[in-house]
Design a protein. Structure first.
Lengths: 617, 317
C-alpha cells in the first residue's frame, strides 16, 4: 500500500495553475471545429444507383452459404451467390423456376433421378483466387463440390439435415470422409453424376419432393473451389459467387457493401405476362403489381442497381429515424412506431405518410408461433386420455386474441393447427371445428375436472420455459394469468435462447414457447416437427412419436402436390390438434413502408435474392 | 519503487487467475453447442461440435489452455459465431471505435465536472452552488436510455430536419478524424451530460472538503487571488481523489458503451461483448475478460504510482 508522509514547503508548478482552464478552452475550440467539420460532411454516396437497405441485427455470422442458417446469413450471402433454382419474383403464391439452370430439372418417372442442364456463360466474379484474377465459367463439378461442402463437418455446415438420407451414397460419404484424416472432395458419390460440364444427374434414395425446394435454399448455393482453397477460413468473409452483385466490403457491425457485377450473365427483369385470354389475372395480385409499376422495367437486364448498402441495426429507433430521414429506402415497422404510421383500427397507412409518397405493404409470413409440451414429461406428456385432457384444457385456457391485441396491435392471424396460411392443409377460414382454441374457460375447467384435477387441484406446477428478449416476459406473465383462471399454476423460467435450446435438446422443458419460420413453402416442413425419428435433439422438440403419424409423414415426403397429399396433411394436422402436443397457432404479418424512390420492391420473406430487381429514381 | 511494483504485480497474479477461472466457470453454466448448431442437429453433430470447440476437455485443461494463450498474447483463435475472424482481429477492430467514443467523453467529462465542482465548492451555499447541485441531481435522476433516445431524436433527426441537411449521424460509423464529429460528437456529448451529474457531485464534495482547510485560509490571508486559490492550491491538493476516479475509469474505456454503441451503430467493444455474451461466443468473452481484468489490476497499481508522482508526501514502500 502507498504510505503517506507530510512534506511542508510545497510550491505549485506552473502547469498546475493553468491545467483546467487552458485545457478546457482548447477542448472547446477543438470540439467546435469538429462540429463544423461534421456539419460540412456531405451525404456522399458515390455515383450510380444506390439502394440503402437494412437488417435488424448486428450483422450476419457468415457469408459462407454452408455455414449460414439465419435469415440474416441468407440475405447477406444470396446477394453474391446463386442457387440452381429460385422463386419467381412477382408471382404469388411463390413458384420455383430455374436460375442457374436452363430449365427446371427433368425428373424420372419414379421421381428418384433429377437431370440438370446448367446455363452457359455463367461466370464467377473476378477475384484474385482465379488465374489472372478472371472468374471462370460455372461447371457441373462446382455444383457437386458445393453440395459436398455441406457434408464436411470442418466447414461448420448448418444444413446437412437438408441432404441427409436423400442422395444415394451421400450419407456413407459423409460418415467416411468425416472419419478420415482429410476430407476428399474428389471421391465420387454414387448419386452424383457429372455427364459433362453442363449436364449432371442426382439420384435420390426416395422420390423426395422437397428436394426441389432444397435446391432453392441458400445453403446449396454454388461456390468455386478455387476461392474456398485460396481464402481458407477467411472464405466466410470473402464471398465469390456468380451473383448479380460482388462483395465489396464488410464493415463489421456497420454494413456490407455490394457493387454491381459487371460480368453478370444475361438475366432480365420478368416480362409482363398480360391478362389471360378470359381477362383473368395470370396470378393473384397481377393488376396491383401493374398499377404499382412493377412491370415498368420488364425485359431490362439485371441488376438494375450499381451498389447496395446493407446496414445493420440492433435498435429499432435509429432504423426508423433513418427511414424517416430518407436515408433508408424501406423499413419494416417497429411495434412502437406502428400507430405513428398506421391507423390501428383499419391498419391503413396514415395520410401524412401517403402524402410523402410512402407506400405500405403488409406481408403475411409463413409463421408458426406456438406453445409446446414435452410429450415425454411425466405430468403433462403422454398419449393417454388423462394427459391429453390436461393439455387440451390448457390449450382452451390460453387466450390468443388477447395476446394478439396486447402485443401485436391485433395484426396477427390466429389459426388452428401447425400449418400456416397459404400452404396446403391450412384450415378453411383459419379454424377447425374440433380445435381446442381458447379462451373457452367452461370447457377447459370441464376437461380438467374430467382428467381428475377439478379447479387444477392436485395438478403439479407447469414449468414454462421461454426465452428472454422482446416482450416475452410480459407474454409469459399473461399466459400464467390465463392458466390461473382454470387453476393451473405456472412456474416461469425466463432463460436466454441458448439455455432454452439446451433444455429442449435434453428434453427438460415440460412446456415452452417457440416459433418456427418455414424453410420452404410446403407444409411438410412444419409437419416434420412432429415426426418421431426427429425427436430431440433434432427438430421435434415436442418428442411427439405416434406410429400412425410417422407412417403418414413417410408417405407425404415422397409425394408431389395432389389432393391425396393435402388430405394426408389434414389428417396429420388433425392428429396434432387432437393430441395437443402444441397449442396454437399465430402467424405474423410484417408491415413494410417503402419510399416512392424505391421501385419494383415487392416484399417477401420466402426468398431474399430480390435486390437485383430493385431500382431507384 | 520497482520493488513495490513487482510486489504488487506478484500479489495480483492469484487475483487475475481467479477472475479468469470464475469467468470460465460462469460461462459454462450453459451449453453453447445447441445454439451454435442451429435446428435439426443430431447427437453426432453435437458431440463432434463439442470436441471441435474443446468443450469435451476437463475444465482445468481448458483453463490452462486459455492461460497459455493469454501469456503468449496469442489471440488467433477463431470466433465461434463469426467463422473466418479471429478473436484478436475482432478486438483490434472494435477497440478503436470504443476509444474514439469513451476517451473524449472521459476527458471532457472530467474537465467540465472538475471545473464545475471547483466553482460550486467555492460558491458553497450561494444560489450558483444550489443551482449547480440541482442540475447535477436532476441529471443523475434521468435514465441513460432516456438521454440516448431523446438525444438521438433531437440531435440527429430533428436538428437535421431543421437544418435541411444531416448535422449528426443517426446511425453508423466511419474511421478517421475527418468523420469523428459527424458520427461521434453527439454520442460523446450525451455521454458527457449523463456522467456530469455523478462526477460534478463527487468533485464538488472533494473540493468542499478542501475549502475548509487551513491552507486556503492562509492563502486568502496572504492575498492570493480567487483563481490562484482555486486552480493552484485547491486543485493540487484535490489531485488524489481525482486521480483515483480517473484511473479507475480507464480500463472501462475499452469496454465502450453498450447502449450508445447499439443505438448509434458504433462497432465498438460494447456491441461486440454484448453479441458475444448473447451468442455464447466463449473465446471472445474469455479473452476480453482476461484483458480487462489485467488492465484493471495495472490501473490500480498505476494509481498508486501516480499518487507518489503528484503528491510528494506519498512514499511507495
Amino acid at each position: 500500500m502507498p504510505r503517506y508522509s507530510r512534506k511542508t514547503d510545497q510550491r505549485p508548478s506552473p502547469w498546475e495553475s493553468l491545467v483546467a482552464y487552458t485545457t478546457l478552452r482548447a477542448l472547446v475550440a477543438v470540439v467546435g471545429l469538429a462540429f463544423l467539420v461534421g456539419c460540412d460532411r456531405a451525404t456522399a454516396t458515390g455515383s450510380g444507383k444506390v439502394a440503402h437497405l437494412s437488417m435488424a441485427t448486428a450483422g450476419p455470422n457468415t457469408l459462407d452459404p454452408v455455414q449460414g442458417s439465419t435469415q440474416y446469413d441468407n440475405r447477406a450471402s444470396i446477394m453474391v451467390y446463386q442457387t440452381l433454382l429460385h422463386y419467381e419474383y412477382l408471382k404469388r403464391p411463390v413458384t420455383l423456376s430455374p436460375l442457374l439452370l436452363t430449365q427446371l430439372p427433368t425428373i424420372s418417372e419414379d421421381g428418384k433421378v433429377y437431370r440438370f442442364e446448367l446455363k452457359r456463360n455463367v461466370f464467377f466474379h473476378d477475384d484474385p483466387c482465379f488465374p489472372d484474377g478472371k472468374g471462370r465459367e460455372l461447371v457441373a463439378a462446382d455444383v457437386f463440390y458445393s453440395l459436398k461442402r455441406m457434408a464436411d463437418e470442418s466447414n461448420l455446415p448448418k444444413g446437412w439435415w437438408l441432404l441427409k438420407d436423400s442422395i444415394e451414397g451421400f450419407d456413407a460419404y459423409y460418415e467416411q470422409q468425416n472419419d478420415a484424416d482429410e476430407f476428399d472432395y474428389d471421391m465420387p458419390v454414387a448419386g452424383m453424376k457429372v455427364m459433362d460440364d453442363h449436364h449432371f444427374e442426382v439420384h435420390l434414395t426416395e422420390p423426395f419432393y422437397r428436394f426441389s425446394y432444397v435446391l432453392a435454399m441458400f445453403q446449396t448455393a454454388v461456390v468455386p473451389r478455387e476461392a474456398v482453397e485460396f481464402y481458407g477460413k477467411k472464405f466466410a468473409r470473402h464471398p465469390v459467387g456468380t451473383g448479380p452483385f460482388r462483395f465489396k466490403r464488410w464493415d463489421t457491425g456497420i454494413q456490407i457493401v455490394y457493387e454491381k457485377n459487371p460480368n453478370y450473365w444475361e438475366e432480365y427483369y420478368p416480362e409482363d405476362p398480360g391478362l389471360e385470354e378470359d381477362g383473368s389475372e395470370p396470378y393473384p395480385g397481377y393488376l396491383k403489381d401493374k398499377k404499382l409499376g412493377f412491370y415498368e422495367d420488364a425485359g431490362k437486364r439485371l441488376p438494375l442497381l450499381d451498389r447496395v448498402e446493407l446496414e445493420f441495426f440492433v435498435q429499432s429507433q435509429p432504423k426508423w429515424l433513418k427511414f424517416r430521414n430518407r436515408e433508408l429506402d424501406y423499413t419494416t415497422v417497429p411495434a412502437e412506431n406502428f400507430e405513428e404510421a398506421y391507423v390501428k383500427r383499419t391498419a391503413q397507412v396514415r395520410q401524412a405518410f401517403s402524402d410523402e409518397g410512402i407506400r405500405s405493404h403488409p406481408e403475411p409470413l409463413l409463421d408458426l408461433i406456438y406453445y409446446g409440451f414435452n410429450m415425454e414429461d411425466r405430468d403433462f406428456g403422454g398419449y393417454d386420455d388423462t394427459h391429453k385432457w390436461i393439455r387440451q384444457a390448457i390449450s382452451l385456457a390460453i387466450d390468443w386474441d388477447e395476446r394478439n391485441e396486447a402485443f401485436y396491435n391485433d395484426l396477427c392471424l390466429i389459426y388452428d393447427g401447425p400449418i400456416p396460411a397459404g400452404l396446403d392443409g391450412h384450415p378453411d377460414a383459419h379454424a377447425l371445428p374440433h380445435a381446442y382454441r381458447g379462451a373457452d374457460l367452461p370447457r377447459a375447467r370441464q376437461l380438467l375436472a374430467k382428467a381428475g384435477y377439478p379447479g387444477g387441484k392436485g395438478l403439479p406446477k407447469l414449468v414454462f420455459f421461454t426465452s428472454r428478449g422482446g416482450r416475452n416476459a410480459e407474454m409469459a406473465e399473461m399466459s400464467k394469468r390465463h392458466l390461473a383462471r382454470i387453476g393451473v399454476r405456472v412456474d416461469i423460467r425466463l432463460v436466454d435462447f441458448a439455455t432454452l435450446s439446451d433444455a429442449l435438446r435434453n428434453r427438460r422443458a415440460p412446456f415452452f414457447a417457440l416459433a418456427w419460420g418455414s424453410d420452404y413453402p410446403d407444409a411438410e416442413n412444419n409437419l416434420q416437427l412432429f415426426y418421431g425419428p426427429y425427436k430431440s435433439p433434432s427438430s421435434n422438440s415436442f418428442n411427439y412419436d405416434q406410429p400412425e403419424y410417422n407412417a403418414m409423414y413417410e408417405r407425404i415426403r415422397v409425394m408431389s402436390p395432389s389432393p391425396e397429399r393435402t388430405r394426408l396433411y389434414e389428417q396429420m394436422r388433425d392428429m396434432v390438434v387432437e393430441d395437443a402436443p402444441m397449442i396454437g397457432s399465430m402467424g405474423r404479418t410484417r408491415y413494410y413502408l417503402i419510399h416512392k424512390h424505391l421501385k419494383n420492391f415487392k416484399p417477401t420473406e420466402a426468398f431474399f435474392n430480390w435486390p437485383k430487381y430493385l431500382n431507384v429514381n | 519503487m520497482w520493488a513495490y511494483i513487482i510486489r504488487r504485480v506478484v500479489y495480483n497474479i492469484p487475483v487475475f487467475l481467479a477472475i479468469v477461472l470464475l469467468v470460465m466457470v460462469l460461462l459454462r453454466q450453459q451449453d453453447p453447442v445447441p445454439g451454435l448448431l442451429g435446428k435439426n442437429a443430431t447427437q453426432k453433430e453435437y458431440d463432434s461440435k463439442r470436441k471441435e470447440l474443446g468443450l469435451d476437455r476437463p475444465l482445468m485443461v481448458q483453463y490452462v489452455s486459455l492461460l497459455n494463450q493469454i501469456v503468449r498474447f496469442d489471440f488467433k483463435q477463431e470466433m465461434w459465431t463469426q467463422p473466418g475472424m479471429t478473436v484478436g482481429e475482432q478486438l483490434r477492430k472494435a477497440i478503436p471505435p470504443s476509444l474514439s467514443l469513451t476517451l473524449p467523453a472521459l476527458v471532457l467529462t472530467s474537465l467540465v465536472s472538475i471545473s464545475i465542482g471547483l466553482f460550486s465548492a467555492f460558491a458553497r451555499g450561494r444560489w450558483l452552488d444550489k443551482a449547480l447541485v440541482f442540475f447535477a441531481v436532476l441529471g443523475m435522476s434521468v435514465s441513460f436510455l432516456v438521454y440516448i433516445i431523446f438525444g438521438q431524436y433531437l440531435g440527429s433527426y430533428q436538428l437535421g430536419q431543421l437544418a435541411g441537411r444531416p448535422i449528426f449521424a443517426i446511425h453508423g460509423y466511419e474511421p478517421g478524424l475527418e468523420h469523428w464529429a459527424y458520427y461521434l460528437l453527439l454520442p460523446v456529448l450525451i455521454s458527457v451530460v449523463v456522467s456530469m451529474g455523478y462526477d460534478t457531485r463527487f468533485y464538488r464534495a472533494v473540493m468542499v472538503e478542501e475549502t475548509g482547510r487551513d491552507y486556503i485560509t492562509t492563502a486568502r490571508s496572504k492575498g492570493a487571488s480567487t483563481a490562484k486559490i482555486m486552480f493552484v492550491h485547491m486543485l493540487r491538493n484535490a489531485m488524489i481523489p481525482i486521480i483515483t476516479r480517473i484511473m479507475i475509469t480507464l480500463p472501462f474505456l475499452v469496454t465502450g458503451s453498450i447502449l450508445l454503441e447499439t443505438f448509434f451503430g458504433i462497432p465498438g467493444m460494447g456491441n461486440v461483448l454484448l453479441t458475444a455474451i448473447l451468442n455464447s461466443d466463449f473465446p471472445v468473452v474469455e479473452v476480453f475478460a482476461s484483458i480487462f481484468s489485467g488492465m484493471f489490476i495495472v490501473s490500480i497499481i498505476a494509481t498508486d504510482i501516480l499518487y507518489a508522482v503528484f503528491d510528494p508526501r506519498v512514499r511507495l514502500q
